[in-house]
Design a protein around this ligand. Structure first.
Ligand code: ADE
Ligand code: ZN
Length: 327
């Protein structure tokens, strides 16, 4: 298929991918064996067959359970290395990757183990495949602001290894404003800011407003509900907010409506990027396969993919020298 070849050859940046969501079933078995843990599945096929969900909470349950095999520095190293190796083969030149430290620290894994393992994997992937990358630390929004603040403080000694802060997990009743103080401090400490405003949640319009106007994010992850509100579209345009949209995830959250999301954003002049979210749990669809979905569902063609890819390099939190080199 010519369009698939065009997508494969396009130099890309990925800005919305959860590292824990890249943990493929094969690696999960390998880590479980290494860490002497039993998994309740006979084989990788049975494990993959268990990835059945219909909304964000049911997805998150499966996703969090899957992370429990990650215990040691080498596990985090192997996780990020495998993802970067995979997407380097898809001509991704640069990736900004989310990680959720609370998923790990709350299980007793020290913050240092997480960040040092991830950093080692990043550097080894750059050495072996030439792919550049950075980390974005996300807070798990259904946990308390105090819990988030505790992990924020754990991260401060490592802040040179983390480019930005994000907010993910269950959005319902957990508005951006709940974390206003942490994001204010984060900005002061030099972190760049983004937040998930997902497609299937109540109050998303107010959450998008808060993210843009109260928190002052540079990006919104997903964010499709903004399309319902002209005043939010205007605010996003005025502030130059970038959107990291994930076609497969949209399709899962809002079956059948996906067609119009990316297309409408692009046509409205919003700064759209296309990404994979949690590829290991989303039928193994990495960025190329998500872009192909945008072709199939929203009639994206080469010009659109070039625009999206350019947006992603513009949205990337890198210095201008690297931007010039990658663009
Ligand atoms: N954590 C991992 N993937 C997520 C998603 N798509 N939305 C919110 N939280 C997440
Ligand atoms: Zn996400």
């Amino acid at each position: 298929q010519p369009i698939a070849q065009f997508i494969a050859g396009l130099p890309k940046a990925e800005l919305h991918v959860h590292l824990e969501g890249t943990l493929e079933a094969e690696l999960k078995f390998e880590l479980a064996a290494r860490n002497k843990l039993d998994l309740p599945y006979a084989d990788v096929a049975a494990m993959r067959a268990s990835y059945v969900y219909h909304d964000l909470p049911s997805f998150l349950t499966i996703f969090y359970e899957g992370s429990e095999v990650l215990l040691h520095e080498a596990d985090f190293r192997d996780l990020v290395y495998a993802y970067l190796k995979k997407v380097a083969s898809q001509n991704v030149l640069y990736a900004e990757m989310f990680f959720d430290p609370q998923q790990h620290t709350d299980r007793g894994v020290p913050f240092a183990v997480v960040i040092e393992g991830l950093t080692q994997g990043r550097l080894e992937a750059e050495r072996d495949f030439g792919i550049r990358s950075k980390l974005i630390m996300c807070f798990v929004r259904e946990r308390s602001a105090q819990n988030a603040m505790a992990v924020f403080e754990m991260a401060l000694p490592y802040k040179h290894l983390i480019v930005g802060l994000g907010l993910d997990s269950d959005e319902k009743d957990n508005p951006p404003a709940k974390f206003a103080e942490i994001f204010r401090r984060g900005r002061e400490e030099g972190f760049r800011l983004t937040m998930h405003c997902d497609v299937d949640q109540l109050n998303t319009h107010e959450h998008i407003r808060q993210a843009i106007e109260v928190i002052g994010v540079e990006r919104i992850d997903h964010g499709a509900n903004l399309l319902d509100r002209p005043e939010l579209i205007a605010a996003a345009r005025e502030k130059g907010v970038f959107f990291t949209v994930c076609p497969f995830a949209n399709e899962m959250m809002r079956p059948g409506e996906n067609q119009s999301i990316a297309r409408r954003m692009l046509d409205l002049g919003l700064r759209l990027t296309l990404n994979s979210d949690d590829p290991a749990y989303m039928e193994g669809k990495y960025i190329n396969e998500n872009m192909l979905m945008a072709h199939e569902l929203a009639d994206f063609g080469p010009e659109d993919f070039i625009a999206v890819s350019r947006n992603a390099f513009d949205a990337a939190w890198i210095d201008e020298d690297l931007r010039d080199e990658l663009h």
